[in-house]
Design a protein around this ligand. Structure first.
Ligand code: SF4
Ligand code: SF4
Ligand code: SF4
Length: 274
């Protein structure tokens, strides 16, 4: 379907991770009216309907992803169907009913428990401001394969974490600077740097609003089953302790030690880092 310039400009202001969904809804709305071109009126009518019926949009939780699953070349995390598995898990948590009992007044989208996946450290889907943020990690390691000293890994690393040791004729990676994007291994022609593990980093307790808070990372990296276990326990913790619509981020700030205790056995398994 075609879009007028002002309608396209309006949809361009919608946050990218929901833009596709909103765009489809506006096109369906225009189609129902018999239009083959979306106008600004269509956009505004959908927006107005959304504001008037916001509670109907609320399902109690949100699981979002970046564009990684659609083929982004920067993808670093494990190639699993993690988003669908989290969606299935969240669907069993009865969060809508929990929120209806916990929140005074009509529910709004910001009441929903949000989980966001970003498939690499670029973090396009903004995991730092969600209840649970998951970031794909490709952890590099140096093998015994001879290095040609071509420098491609140094050029690829945006963190300045790779240097070439002239006397050893081998690369070195500063783990404190490395963000586990895997780009150095991707460009290495000799296999001297390779990906040792694809996993996920997990951040807990981010939010925007009147009292914004950046989510804090758990130590280490986690495989898909462990991530599901973390999400499961965090939602249970939230349902156990949140009253009056208190956000998970507030709980993390106020009861972080109790939450860490609930996750302790998982975190200990990852003590050595990624
Ligand atoms: S977070 Fe990484 S993998 Fe996902 S869309 Fe952004 S650059 Fe691509
Ligand atoms: S994984 Fe990424 S951040 Fe780490 S050393 Fe390689 S290129 Fe640099
Ligand atoms: S580690 Fe690989 S990419 Fe880096 S200099 Fe050696 S051969 Fe080139």
């Amino acid at each position: 379907m075609k879009w007028t310039d002002d309608a396209a400009a309006a949809i361009g202001k919608v946050p990218f991770f929901v833009r596709k969904r909103v765009r489809a809804r506006v096109e369906a709305h225009a189609g129902q009216k018999g239009h083959d071109t979306v106008t600004i009126d269509d956009v505004q009518e959908v927006k107005q309907g959304y504001l008037e019926n916001m509670e109907q949009e609320v399902k109690g939780y949100r699981v979002e992803t970046c564009f990684g699953p659609q083929g982004c070349p920067n993808r670093a995390g494990p190639d699993t169907d993690l988003a669908s598995r989290i969606e299935a898990l969240m669907g069993k948590k009865d969060l809508f009913r929990f929120l209806k009992q916990s929140v005074d007044g009509p529910l709004k989208l910001h009441h929903e428990f949000s989980v966001t996946l970003a498939d690499c450290p670029n973090a396009c889907s903004r995991p730092q401001i969600r209840d649970i943020g998951i970031i794909g990690a490709a952890v590099p390691e140096i093998t015994d394969a001879a290095c040609s000293m071509c420098g491609a890994c140094v050029d690829a690393c945006r963190e300045g974490a790779v240097r070439l040791n002239e006397s050893r004729q081998m690369p070195e990676i500063d783990r404190l600077k490395c963000l586990d994007c895997g780009q150095c291994a991707d460009v290495c022609p000799t296999g001297t740097i390779r990906i040792a593990r694809r996993a996920c980093k997990v951040l807990l307790g981010g939010k925007l609003g009147r009292h914004p808070r950046l989510a804090e990372p758990l130590p280490g990296c986690y495989d898909a089953d462990e991530v599901l276990d973390i999400v499961d326990r965090c939602v249970d913790f939230y349902k156990q302790y949140s009253t009056g619509g208190k956000r998970f981020a507030q709980l993390c700030a106020e009861s972080g030690d109790a939450l860490m205790a609930a996750l302790a056995d998982l975190i200990r398994q990852n003590e050595k880092g990624c």
